[in-house]
Design a protein around this ligand. Sequence first.
Ligand code: MG
Length: 252
Amino acid sequence: MVTRKSRQEIEKMRRAGRVVAEVLALVESELRPGVTTGHLDELAERHIRRSGGTPSFKGYGDRRNPFPASLCISIDDEVVHGIPGSRTIRDGQIVSIDAGAIVDGWHGDAARTFVVGEPADDVRQLIDTTRLSMMAGIAAAVPGARIGDISAAIEDVAAPHGYGIVRQFVGHGIGTEMHQEPQVPNYRAGPRGMELVAGICLAIEPMLTLGSHEVAVKPDGWTVVTKDGSLAAHFEHTIAVTETGPQILTTV
Ligand code: MG
């Protein structure tokens, strides 16, 4: 079921979103060669808890294999859901960081791909295009439009570059749970889907690759990688559809 949030509820989500945005800024400031992904995760969890929140991702999922950390950190050909740990970040890598926080029962969810050092031109373009496709998707999230208009806007930015548009993972409704209805594909998935009305909150999150759209899950049960080993980028914001247009909630 798709829930519409009241203005007050959107303000609560904005508080969670601010914590998430702060976490991404904090992690960016610490991202350099030699740092471990586990260290970044510790910083993130500390900031979330100090802000009165709880990490959305920690303990998420199947009870037999819950996600063990507060951030998803996905490097190079890893698309999403990489597990932080003892791994050290190296110069030249691209690092996708996804953060989620619950504050007073409401979720915020956002992600960005960072480069460590100087990226090659094609890698820079992949990252820029992924961010721009997200922004195009956000701009399409207006009352009266449909979910499929968001999908089409994302695809229209990504497709001319020939990038793989990951299909197996999609954006989603968000609120008192991290994942709610509706799903928000990053490509034209068929019917245009439900109509958007004020109060609908969505996480819009394109994942693009330099190769094919096909992905696989590693034996850890979480880390999603491109099947062809190509590099991948991921951007995400939590937004609210309002009468005056889309509002990004995961911002400071
Ligand atoms: Mg998400």
